[in-house]
Write a protein that binds this ligand. Structure first.
Ligand code: ATP
Ligand code: MG
Length: 245
C-alpha cells in the first residue's frame, strides 16, 4: 500500500461558466487504500472524481493514474483501471435491460462472450439483482438502480473504484451488504459520501473538501472526531464515534 496510484498536482477546474470549482488540489491516494471524500454540498467531490477518470479535463495541473497521465490519448487505458459510479444512477443506466447495461463495459473491453456472461452473473449476484437481469433499468426502484449502477462498475473488475454516494437510497440490508462487499474487494477505493458512518467503517483515510480545496486530511477517526472542524464545514461527527468517547 505504499505506492501512489492516483496523484494530482495543482489541479484546478472550472465548468463552462468559468467559476473556480476545484483549486490547486495536490493529493496522493495509495494503491489498495480506502479513502473517503467528505465535505459540504458543492465542495467539488463529484467533480474531482470525474476528473480522475477523465470525464472532465482540469483547466490546470495534472493527474496520474498508476503513473499514466489522464489525457485524451490515454483514456482507454485509464478507464480500464478506473471504475466510476455516478452520484445519479440515471447517468449510468441507458440500455433497454439491466443485463445489457452490466454487459456493456465488458463487451467494450472485447472480452469473450462466456467471460462477459460470467462477469454479468457475478456482478448482479454480488449486488442482489440477479432476478432483475431482463428488467428495464427505468423500471427498478431508486435503491435497485443504485445497486445496478454498482454492478455496471463491478463487471469491469477495475483496480480502482470511484464511488459517488454509493449508499444513497439503499435500505439498511442493502447498505450493509454493499459495505461488506466493498470491504472484501482488494482494490483501491475512493468513496465520496455524506454517510459518515459508512466512511468511518470503510475508509482508512479521509480528505475533507470545501469550496474546491482540501481543508483537512488524515486517518478517518481523527478527522471525523474533530467536532469543531466538521461543524466549520457543515458536517457532524458520526454518532458511533461520539458514543465511543
Ligand atoms: N455542469 C455544471 N456546470 C456548472 N457548475 C457545476 C456543474 N456541475 C456542478 N457544478 C458546480 O460545481 C460545484 C461542485 O459540485 P460537485 O457536484 O462537485 O459538489 P459535491 O461536493 O459533489 O456536492 P454534493 O455533496 O452536493 O454531491 C458546485 O458549486 C456546483 O454547483
Ligand atoms: Mg457530489
Amino acid at each position: 500500500m505504499h505506492r501512489p496510484i492516483i496523484e494530482t498536482t495543482d489541479l484546478s477546474f472550472a465548468y463552462h461558466d468559468g467559476r473556480p470549482v476545484l483549486s490547486e488540489i495536490s493529493l496522493s491516494i495509495l494503491h489498495e487504500d480506502s479513502v473517503g471524500f467528505i465535505g459540504p454540498n458543492g465542495a467539488g467531490k463529484s467533480t474531482l472524481l470525474m476528473c480522475f477518470n477523465g470525464l472532465l479535463a482540469p483547466s490546470r495541473g495534472r493527474i496520474l493514474v498508476d503513473g499514466i497521465p489522464v489525457a485524451r490519448e490515454n483514456l482507454k487505458e485509464v478507464r480500464r483501471k478506473v471504475g466510476w459510479m455516478a452520484q445519479d444512477s440515471n447517468d449510468q443506466l441507458f440500455m433497454p435491460t439491466l443485463f445489457e447495461d452490466v454487459a456493456f463495459g465488458p463487451l467494450n473491453l472485447g472480452l469473450e462472450q462466456a467471460e462477459v456472461l460470467r462477469r454479468v452473473d457475478d456482478a448482479l449476484a454480488r449486488v442482489g439483482l440477479s432476478e432483475f437481469r431482463d428488467r428495464a433499468p427505468s423500471h427498478l426502484s431508486g435503491g435497485e438502480r443504485k445497486a445496478a449502477a454498482i454492478a455496471t462498475v463491478l463487471s469491469m473488475q477495475p483496480e480502482i473504484l470511484l464511488l459517488d454516494e454509493p449508499t444513497n437510497d439503499l435500505d439498511h440490508a442493502s447498505r450493509r451488504a454493499l459495505i461488506d462487499l466493498l470491504k472484501g474487494l482488494p482494490v483501491t477505493r475512493v468513496v465520496a459520501s455524506h454517510d459518515l458512518e459508512m466512511i468511518l467503517e470503510l475508509c482508512r483515510r479521509v480528505i475533507l473538501f470545501d469550496h474546491g480545496r482540501v481543508v483537512a486530511q488524515g486517518p478517518t477517526a481523527e478527522v471525523l472526531g474533530n467536532d469543531e472542524l466538521l461543524r466549520a464545514h457543515r458536517l457532524e461527527a458520526p454518532l458511533s464515534l461520539t458514543l465511543r468517547r
